[in-house]
Design a protein around this ligand. Sequence first.
Ligand code: G1P
Length: 294
Amino acid sequence: MTKITHAVIPVAGFGTRMLPLSKSVPKELLPLGNRPAIHYVVEEAIAAGIKHIVLVGHAQKSAIENYFDTNAELDHQLRQKGKDALADSLNWLPEDVTVSMIRQGKALGLGHAVLAARPIIGNHDFAVLLPDVVLDPFTTDSHSDNLAFMIKQFTNDGHSQILVDKVADEDVHKYGIAKLSEGNDTSIKNDNSKVSENVSFKVAGFIEKPSLDKTPSRLAVVGRYVFSNQIFGYLANTTASVGGEIQLTDAIDALISQYGVNVTTMRGDSYDAGDMNSYMQAFIYFAQQQLTDN
Ligand code: G1P
């Protein structure tokens, strides 16, 4: 089994739930405390061992690519003024990590966005991180640990891994929801309380954004995946479904029927930076953690 060193971060969404903030600034660059939201997601990937990050975007998202590149003119100006420490802090990306961007072309859905990264990912197995979801970077037991755990599981048994977390009844319709197998622990299946450890088990399938009366469980897809390269073959054959979009969950269901896929329950907390109310709550939490006295 190959080591996971590649990750795809889809950044092509227009962020309609974040208007007017996202009208001229990509939603991924909106601040959470003193960093743009995507900064934490890229840090999480790097801490879990990722070396090549592929952003999938479009023309209005090039500011994200610029954020991860050196601004030579600014660097020069800062150093001329003796602000070397500040200049150094902007070049935080490790030397052995690359961030590149590819364009999605048409906005045909999340599955289509992931498939657009295929020319760069090539034959590698890879992770996917959805940037709307930011895992709490201030607690020791979450941030990169979940992804690192999933990568370790994948490396051990070759099964693609999908991070899930319990959601409240009123939020079920916003997520892909896991259909559990007969053998799955009934407390994980029926209980509404959070599973606070990383537990990995086989999943029977997923339903994208079900209504509460049709939901097969409360375990929602959080937005962290580790895929075997075979997912590309299924994505290439996936047609539009829920919301008229090519859904990643449909390709995952096809992968399940052939090879089996595991879910991993999430440790720690996640924040939704793609929805205005959750974003504002997340901003307050991040700012409170980072506020200093001076
Ligand atoms: C996407 C996925 C969904 C997942 C969610 C997590 O939906 O399709 O399965 O639960 O991200 O944020 P979106 O929020 O892009 O509509």
